[in-house]
Design a protein around this ligand. Sequence first.
Ligand SMILES: [Mg+2]
Length: 188
Amino acid sequence: MNRALFLDRDGVINHEVGYLHAAEDVRWVPGIFELCRVAVRAGYKLVVVTNQAGIARGLYTEAQFETLMEWMRGEFVVRGVALDAVYFSPYHPVHGLGEYKREHEDRKPGPGMLLRAAKDLELDLGLSVMVGDRCSDVGAANAAGLRTMFLLSGTEVEGCAGEYVAVESLGEVESWLAADSATEREVR
Ligand SMILES: [Mg+2]
């Protein structure tokens, strides 16, 4: 069985700009590549799980999303890490147009994307962790039974219901992973 570092995209990989869909608007969140390198060394798969209500709202298409993610995957590879998988939810229960207007378990806080990843990549979710910036990320992580959910501060000012570890930076997650894998090596 494998384990994963699940990453929300907007607000974790790139700064939130609101319905991002163009490479020129991407600003990397400090520490994202370092975190991913440490995670890969510690044996984690890198899995992006992102709500894309902008597709539901008709602001950009699935094809535009895929193009941006292909570019993003390339940027990761250039920096020495590869994303193992990208899952997205294009639905919105209220503001979606046409077929996109619906409830769906893939839309966080639903755990659908995490459960699909677990099947596709043979993940042990109880050994997997996630980094997000919204309460919907906490909800999805908790519903999927992940080991630890890290909530990056700044987006949710009130805090969230559920189980999570609040962090101020991605560097704190990196330190946690490094310390955890050092402990594992000692135990072995
Ligand atoms: Mg986010």
